[in-house]
Design a protein around this ligand. Structure first.
Ligand code: NAD
Ligand code: IPM
Ligand code: MN
Length: 348
């Protein structure tokens, strides 16, 4: 468990407590990786850190990384993007579910209308940070940021999306049936061409799955206009980042959104979609439900399905009873909302 910075320090302890009371038999080891440690001794990830996580642990539960005192954000990059890339957690799975109609900013949208998942490529794209700066600080400065797309990387994430579609049901029990690939191949023709070709090829191996394509700009518009049409969306690293903040808003905000960084068969990492939210950190106001739903995702991944379902049911009930933090309409603090979920989880 790596709570990290800002509200990570507040929401992760709540998630941990909920896991404990769920009855899932797990042992936790806490790591202090984050801004405080970095500012103290300049350590971002200790030597052998990623190998140690992969070797000694079944999963990692992380909070958020980012602190205004650590201006370059190097620690967040090395810890968070380091785990994703160096542990090769290539599939960032971000479910988008509306638990109650009152949480959605759109008119006339019900929980059954918002139940899709974004499968985000998590190790390539512009996040490789390939490129460079030349003639910095001069009028001739040049900055390049390369968008790296490998055949292997594109193929495995698209395959993951089709497999996910086959293996998962919607909340109402109906099977998932559609995979949509989102890119910007009208402008980014080299990378887009690769994604288009691979998508077509893998689609051919799954004739029972309906496929579709959207440019990312149009997808943003459609997500707000009619989220009912989405089922499984697969996209690159950066588009996946951007559209999942938009998608989080459909669920009630960043405080509600969960995610898993997964490589099947390897130690995977689970973290809420939100960041460290410095302006609200330390005030007991952050919504812990995204982190708690993330812990349920982790439990399901580790084979504790009944415990995960108990936690999800508890969050749903708390939302319906408005026993929530202020961002989604309740009056509770982070701790009180977390403790309420824990009390509902023990009871069931
Ligand atoms: P953010 O997600 O921290 O906050 C965006 C907005 O959402 C803010 O208004 C914030 O108050 C609100 N918010 C976020 N989580 C909330 C919660 N649980 N409950 C209630 N409100 C919540 O994004 P940002 O402001 O762009 O970034 C802040 C820092 O976090 C930066 O350093 C950024 O790089 C980092 N960050 C880290 C991660 C991560 O570690 N996974 C993700 C995103 C951003
Ligand atoms: C996320 C975050 C990260 C990302 C940042 C903190 C690098 O926004 O997990 O969504 O862009 O992936
Ligand atoms: Mn993001």
């Amino acid at each position: 468990m790596i709570a990290g910075d800002g509200i990570g320090q507040e929401v992760i302890p709540q998630a941990l407590n909920v896991i404990r009371v769920s009855g899932a038999k797990l042992e936790f080891t806490e790591f202090d990786w984050g801004a405080d440690r970095f500012l103290r001794d300049r350590t971002t990830v200790p030597p052998d850190g990623f190998a140690m996580l992969g070797r000694d642990f079944d999963a990692v539960l992380a909070g958020a990384f980012g602190d205004p005192r650590a201006k370059t954000n190097i620690h967040a990059k090395e810890i968070l993007l380091g785990m994703r890339c160096k542990m090769d957690l290539y599939a960032n799975v971000r479910p988008v579910r509306l638990l109650d109609a009152t949480l959605c900013p759109l008119k006339g949208v019900e929980p059954k209308d918002v139940d899709f998942v974004v499968i985000r490529e998590n190790t390539e794209g512009v996040y490789t940070d390939a490129g460079g700066v030349f003639k910095q600080g001069t009028p001739d400065e040049i900055a390049t940021q390369e968008d790296i797309n490998t055949r292997k990387g594109v193929e495995r994430i698209i395959r993951y999306a089709f497999d996910y579609c086959e293996r998962h049901c919607k909340l109402d029990g109906a099977p998932r049936q559609r995979v949509l690939m989102c890119d910007k191949s009208n402008a980014m023709t080299h990378a887009g061409g690769l994604w288009q070709r691979v998508f077509k090829e893998i689609s051919g191996e799954h004739p029972q799955i309906e496929t579709r394509h959207m440019y990312v700009d149009a997808l943003c518009m459609q997500m707000v206009r009619d989220p009912r049409q989405f089922d499984v969306i697969v996209t690159n690293n950066m588009f996946g980042d951007i559209i999942t903040d938009l998608a989080a808003a459909l669920q009630g905000g960043l405080g509600m959104a969960a995610s898993g960084n997964i490589h099947p068969g390897k130690t995977s990492m689970f973290e809420p979609v939100h960041g460290s939210a410095p302006p609200i950190a330390g005030k007991n106001v952050a919504n812990p439900f995204g982190a708690i739903l993330t812990s349920a995702m982790m439990l399901a991944h580790l084979g504790f399905k009944p415990e995960a379902e108990k936690i999800e049911a508890a969050v749903l009930e708390a939302v319906k009873q408005r026993k929530t933090t202020q961002d989604i309409g309740g009056k509770l603090g982070t701790r009180e909302a977390g403790e309420y979920i824990a009390s509902l989880t023990c009871r069931t």
